[in-house]
Design a protein. Sequence first.
Length: 352
Amino acid sequence: MPKQIRVPVEEARALCEEAYRRRGVPAVDAVRAVDQFILCDLFGIHTHGTRRLGNYIGRIECGGINPAPDIRIVSRMPAAAVVHGDGGLGTVVAARAIEDGIVRAKANGIAYVGCIDSNHFGANASYGWTAAQAGLICLSGSNGTPTIPPTGGKSSVVGNNPIGYAAPRADGPPFLFDVALSVGSRGKMRRAKDLGEPIPDGWAIDADGFPTTDAGKALDGFLLAIGGHKGYGLALGTEILSALLSGGAFGPEINHQFKQPDQPSRVSHYFLLIDPEATIGRAAFEDRMRAYCDWIKSSPPADPAHPVRVPGEGSAANHVRNSAEGLPMDEAEYARLRGLADGTLKGEVPEA
């Protein structure tokens, strides 16, 4: 097993930025993109942190991601805009959207910013954190390649579309909730297949639409949404807000980031930002959040060793520890990061 190490945050940041600049990403965009990686690793969301760098760079190298896009922001009204990503890094497109949305929400009390012609944008939590730090509530999401069937169906019609919620707290870390909408991931199914192990019941259906615990049949079939028809409906709602409302691509119009790595994914994202100052006022909202979170946390835990927490508190605790001790990664990951930065290694495109 590779040895686990801790890499100083600023070293990891510098390596990732250098790797991007070496592939033609402008310096200011490299900073935006790496901010998302670093936040995810600080939160402990390592699946969307620096270990994603090789995949994103692999797609830049094969032409699927535009390293220096002409990102345009089109607005018909003060409180709404659409960001045209020009096939750029999704983390950069989304960062531009959040920056613009914060300004609009502060000026108008509320703002909607949709993003089109983008690529994988990482984790909702990083953008929710940014909005909450600015004192705003944030609802966000993204569509993706269809992987989930409709309730009662046996063909993929909607992506594993993540949803996110964030809200500021005056006396605690921001409320952060970020979740994809499938019960299990294809990555976990591939691992089960490699180990010859079954997957839990309720994760997937086979190609004929019947429940299966066989990982191989699940990979040839379809992911199931959390909560059955409820998760399916949430996934559709996310696509409406991200793609349909912004004029972006949906369903069959989206390219698969792994099966078609040399093509822009054309995915869409959305951010809905609300300034509490526009409703009951920032101070009054903070008082309500304080009372609400205190009430939740006063709930008696099933296990006294694990007190009840509000979403976001675990990520915030990880943030504090990882900021002080460095980002956890194994030696192989660190070596790959250095190789991507100095150009001795190329990126990769993982198995679909």
